[in-house]
Ligand binder design. Structure first.
Ligand SMILES: *Cc1c(COP(=O)(O)O)cnc(C)c1O
Length: 233
């Protein structure tokens, strides 16, 4: 087994244990291996260990990697997506996390209709109200959901967040709890085209508390693939 494969299995083991400890079924939380900046060979290593869900942040990198890898992989677009790049990825992803504006949602809808498909999306919430982060504020999200729900060609499957950087996963537990509550409140409104069955939260530093608070997708990069090197970007 490769190092990456070993890492993947140990994080997966943790995720499953945390599900059991919070009385959730193991299948309720999917581990998405975040492979941005990492070579195709490392993705193969994780694939060999059983991983089928991979997350990428950059459109060009995603488009380059897809044809080099098995086609049963579910690709997650997790990064900030520019409107003018939507056309390159529509139809190629399993789920677009991080939709952070009405304009972007409309463009995903438009390109999806053009391709005769419906795209599953998550709306990004800036749960810590951080200046540096994309996403709707907790105050704006309900109105955003209502506006975006009428866009043709997309389904709002749920919410996504990147919580503040932390030293101890417990520090972010309150944010994850607030995210879960937001998704429950929105679901109660029973808006057409709004499912709220997905909740994407938790990264290498804080996935333990995210799983306990109801995450359905944890996005883990560093703990599987090691530190990233951005110097060549
Ligand atoms: C890079 C990234 C991750 C993975 O972060 P790690 O700390 O390496 O686990 C998760 N989510 C998003 C949106 C990212 O950009």
């Amino acid at each position: 087994m490769s190092i990456v494969g070993d890492n993947y299995l140990s994080v997966l083991d943790n995720v499953r244990r945390l599900c059991r400890e919070s009385s959730r079924d193991e299948s309720e939380c999917t581990l998405v291996a975040v492979s941005k900046t990492k070579p195709v060979q490392m993705i193969r290593d994780a694939y060999e260990a059983g991983c089928r869900d991979f997350g990428e942040n950059y459109v060009q990198e995603l488009v380059d990697k897809i044809p080099q890898l098995p086609d049963d992989i579910r690709w997650h677009m997790i990064g900030h997506l520019q409107t003018n790049k939507v056309k390159y990825i529509v139809g190629k992803t399993y789920l677009i996390h991080g939709v952070d504006s009405v304009k972007l949602a409309k463009e995903i809808g438009k390109q999806s209709v053009k391709n005769g498909i419906v795209s599953d999306i998550l709306l990004e919430v800036n749960i810590g109200n951080e200046d540096s982060k994309f996403g709707f504020s907790p105050d704006e999200i309900t109105d955003a959901v209502n506006e975006i729900s009428s866009v043709e060609g997309i389904r709002i499957r749920g919410l996504m967040t990147s919580a503040p950087i932390c030293d101890d996963p417990e520090e972010n537990r309150v944010f994850f709890r607030n995210m879960k509550q937001l998704s429950i409140d929105i679901k109660k409104q029973k808006t057409d085209n709004v499912y709220m069955d997905f909740l994407s939260m938790g990264m290498s530093g804080d996935y333990e508390s995210a799983v306990g608070e109801g995450s359905t997708f944890v996005r883990v990069g560093t703990a599987i693939f090691g530190e990233r090197d951005y110097s060549s970007r």
